[in-house]
Structures are given as C-alpha cells and as structure tokens.
Design a protein around this ligand. Structure first.
Ligand code: ADP
Length: 528
C-alpha cells in the first residue's frame, strides 16, 4: 500500500504495518465483492424449486454432507436442498460470500423458509448492479434506486395478497401452504401427511387470540428405523428412555411425577476422607446406613408435595445400582439421565413453576407436541436430519400464517407480478435511480427464470409467455408450471407462500446488496 506523506514530505502511518497491506478502492473494490456474492448465488440457483438439485459437499475428514441428486447417489450421503443448510456447510471463506450466508440465515431465523430464493434474488440484484456500475452510475444511486424499488415491490405484494381464512376445524389452507414448502424437499413423497402433522402441531401450541406460536414447545425427534410414512404426531412429551431397572413397570397411568434435578445418591463430602473397614460388622453398619439414606430419599419422593406421593421419579442425573435396586423394591419406578430441556417441558406441561412433585396425568397433560420422524431402512441419520429440517420449514410456514394469514401465489408468480409493477413505477422517477429501479424489476425475474430452468423449460421463453399472460388476463397467480401439471395458474395448483415470507425475501436481499454496494475500500493483508 502506498505510503502517505505530509506537506513536508515526511511519511506517516495510518494503519499498523500498512506497507504490508494491499488496498483496493472504488470500482476495483466493488467488482470482486459483487463477483463473490454472485458466485454464491450461482451455486444455490440450481437448488431452487420443486425440481431443484441437491448438493454434495465433503468435509475435511472425508464425510460427505450434502449430495447432488438424491436418487443417484449412495444412501450414505446426506441430501440437502435447503439453502441455509447448504451455505452453512460450505465453509465459506470470502467475507462477502459470508454476508450471503448470513442473509440466508436471517431469512431462516425470521421466517424459516425461502432461504434459497433470498440468495438467488440477491445474486440477481448484484448482477444487474454490476452492469449499472460499468455504465458509470454511482453505487449510491443504485442503492437508492434499489431501496425505492423494494418498497414498491413490498407494497405491491400486499395488494396481490389474499387472506387465508382458517379455523381450528378448517385447516386445509394451512396444509396446502405447508405442502408448497415441502414439495421442493426430499420428503416430497409424504408432503401431505407431514404438512398435516406440522399444522396440527402448530395449532396445538398456538395462541390464536394473540396470534402467536412458541415453536420451542414443539420438538422434532428422529429415530433410525422405520419409514418416513411412520412419522407421527404425539400430543405430550416423549422421553426416549428405558426405566432405570428392567423389572420396573413399563406402563403407568395417571402418574404422579417427582422431577429430581439432583442426583439420587448420598452427598459426597468435599474433603478427602478414608473409611477403614476391618470387620464384617463395620461393613454391614455402613451398608445399612447407606440403605437408610436411600430409603429416606425414596420415602420423601413418595410423600412430598402435601402427601400426594409420587408414583414415578424422573431424574436429571444417574443413581447407583444400590439406589436403583431400592427404588424397584419400594415400588417407585424411575427414569434416569433425562435432559434438562425435557425436564423443563415436563414442568411446563404439568403447569407448575417448581420442580418438585406434580399430581397430573402423564398423557393428555399439556399442549406440547412432539413429532416423531422416522426414516431409515435404506435411509440413515443424515436423511433424518434433512427430514427434520424440512419439517422445521413447514412448522415455520404454519406459524407465519397464524401470525399473518395473508398469502401470495408461488411458482415465481408473485415475483413476475412485482416485476411488472416495479417496471411501471420506474417511469415516475425522473432521476438516474430510474435505471436501478428497472434493474430491480429485471432482477425479480431471476426467481421464475431459475424455476423454469431447473424444471427443464426454456427460461426466457417461459418467462415472457407467463408475463404477457399475467398482463393479458390480469391474473397475478400465473407462474411457472414446474411439475408439468398442465396449468400455470398457481391458484389452481395450490402453490402458496406466506406474504411476510416473500416480503422479507425482497427486503433482506435489498439490504444485503445495498451493503455490498456501499463498500468502496478493501484493505487486506498482503499476500507475502
Ligand atoms: P426456498 O429455500 O427459497 O424455499 P425452494 O427450493 O423450497 O426454495 O423453492 C421455493 C420456490 O419453489 C418458491 O418460489 C415456490 O413458489 C416454488 N414452488 C414450490 N412448489 C412449486 C410447484 N409445485 N410449482 C411451481 N413452483 C413451486
């Protein structure tokens, strides 16, 4: 990096070891940044939509984490289609590429779905920004134009959205929206049953008055063995543990549960100690004392909480064989090594703040549901992980609809409609921003084009046909017929997305692109 000099010709230092740093400024700084963002988007582009491809990535220790095409690749590989997951595993090094990873993560965090689409959109915005930069338009004007266009698009989405009426008894609309999310995942073949599970689980814990859903109350648990079709929803809490002693009863009804967050054993002295046992009597005394101690503990459990008496002990820690034996003999069945989260859920389910003895029914106890996803046979743990991720997306979609029951149509139709609206709005801006607004409209076309391309259709031809159909029929529901159903009306195909999810995609991608465009100075350590 060139050394700066003051007016007397003396060099001065601004950055530590500045002579060892390289510096890129202006367009030279922006271009590599844009290229890095575009490169990430290009990777994800082929994963978009119901016919999107999966990816294979190999970790440094040789384990394959993501595969390219589930059907063709050995089952020991992990299939993943979710944009956030692919980026998470990619071990991205470049700073701007990391921003794209963050972008996908934010969409996942806020909405839970649309993680691929948001990156594809950002990539397209960067690509068009690049062209405008080459034409000499200042990055700030591009950023401002994008901002204006994103506001037009978000408002337009509101105009073309529809309210989805649902109630506890009529959940068909919720199920269809969840099915749209699942249709692009590997679990596609069971999308109806998984969508039903997701909707029922969300409704079980939803507060419909406050329009809020606490997804922490839903646990998705995977188990190797069985098939995807075996997935079931369990109202209650599943603690996947055996009884601590094989002879303890396996079936307990109307249990009164004592939850212990302490170990079931005598307290250990903190000081160093030594016990000399040189006679049989001494040994027996010690043994009796220990037994008495355990006996007291067992009695306490059976009598605590106003003499209600526990009929089942759930312990966060372990207990030794002696205690276990005694518990069995004193008819107090127990489960040990139960995780803290599970204990908390049991506490919530049994509606008590204290961890002590509860007097409630074990089943039907609370609005906590647990989805059991089982996929194995030829499948494996990795498949279960992908199923869990897909279910998470479906749960998020159902939650979003409960928060705000507006939907827009999918299959790229919403993007095409926004593109037309943004393009029309561009004329109203007399300044240079107009170019950026038009570029934004073109970038919106990237999603339907990718959907068409990934489904083996001619992207430009298909897009222009659908666009003109939307204008001619004044129908914002026309999109890409990815599955070759015979109609491109997404309303008929039941392909929906949540309004807030789509709006978030546009807002987040615009923010990230604006951030990248505003970087005009990159100072990095020199290569040597
Ligand atoms: P993301 O991670 O962004 O949700 P997906 O790979 O799940 O990406 O693809 C979502 C896109 O696929 C959305 O634009 C959605 O509208 C579209 N899509 C889903 N199902 C269909 C379908 N049956 N026909 C056409 N488009 C669909």
């Amino acid at each position: 990096m060139a050394m700066p000099f003051d007016e007397f010709g003396r060099p001065f230092i601004i950055l530590r070891e500045q002579e060892q740093k390289t510096r890129l400024r202006g367009l030279d700084a922006q271009k590599p940044n844009i290229a890095a963002g575009k490169a990430v988007a290009r990777i994800l582009r082929t994963s978009l939509g119901p016919k999107g491809m999966d990816k294979v990535l190999q970790s440094p220790d040789g384990e394959v984490t993501i595969n390219v095409c589930w059907d063709e690749i050995d089952v020991f590989m992990v299939p993943a289609n979710d944009g956030a997951t692919i980026l998470e595993q990619m071990d991205v090094d470049n700073k701007i590429a990391k921003l794209m990873v963050e972008l996908s993560r934010s969409q996942d965090y806020e909405i839970g779905d649309g993680t691929t689409g948001v990156v594809v959109m950002a990539g397209a915005l960067l690509e068009h920004a690049h062209k405008l930069l080459e034409r000499g338009i200042h990055p700030i004007r591009i950023a401002e134009g994008y901002e204006m266009a994103s506001r037009v698009a978000v408002d337009h989405l509101e105009c073309i959205s529809h309210k989805f009426e649902f109630s506890a008894t009529n959940v068909e609309s919720l199920i269809h929206t969840c099915m749209t999310t699942l249709s692009s995942k590997i679990v596609n073949r069971c999308k109806r049953s998984l969508a039903e599970i997701a909707v029922k689980a969300v409704l079980a814990v939803a507060d419909l008055e406050r329009k809020d859903v606490n997804l922490d109350l839903i646990k998705v648990e995977g188990k190797v063995g069985g098939k995807l079709e075996d997935t079931e929803l369990i109202y209650g809490i599943v603690v996947d543990k055996d009884m601590s002693h094989p002879q303890m009863p396996k079936h307990i009804e109307d249990a009164k549960i004592a939850i212990l967050t302490c170990p079931f054993e005598p307290p250990k002295p903190k000081t160093k100690h030594k016990v000399d046992i040189d006679t049989v009597e001494k040994f027996q005394t010690l043994r009796q004392q220990e037994q008495k101690y355990f006996d007291d503990m067992v009695q306490k459990c059976k009598k605590v909480a106003k003499d209600v008496g526990a009929t089942l002990v759930i312990c966060q820690w372990g207990f030794d064989d002696e205690a276990n034996h005694l518990l069995m003999h004193r008819d107090l069945p127990a489960v040990r090594w139960v995780g803290g989260v599970e204990l908390e859920l049991i506490a919530i389910a049994t509606v008590s703040n204290d961890i002590c003895v509860f007097c409630v029914r074990w089943e039907n106890c609370a609005k906590i549901s647990r989805v059991d996803t089982r996929e194995a046979g030829q499948g494996n743990k990795m498949m279960i992980e992908e199923t869990k991720r897909s279910l998470h997306d479906a749960l998020c979609v159902a939650r979003n609809l409960i928060r705000n029951n507006s939907i827009v149509y999918g299959g790229g139709s919403a993007e095409i409609s926004c593109s037309i609206a943004v393009d029309a709005a561009a004329d109203k801006y007399p300044g240079v921003e107009q170019y950026a607004i038009r570029a934004f409209a073109d970038a919106l076309d990237a999603v339907p084009m990718a959907l068409a391309e990934n489904s083996g259709l001619q992207p430009i031809e298909t897009l222009s046909a659908v666009k003109s159909q939307q204008i001619k029929e004044n129908n914002s529901g026309c999109g890409i017929d990815c599955n070759d159903v015979g109609t491109n009306d997404m309303r008929e195909q039941n392909v929906f997305e949540t309004l807030i999810g789509k709006q978030q995609q546009i807002l987040l991608s615009t923010q990230v692109v604006k951030m990248i465009l505003k970087i005009d100075d990159v100072i990095s350590p020199s290569e040597f």
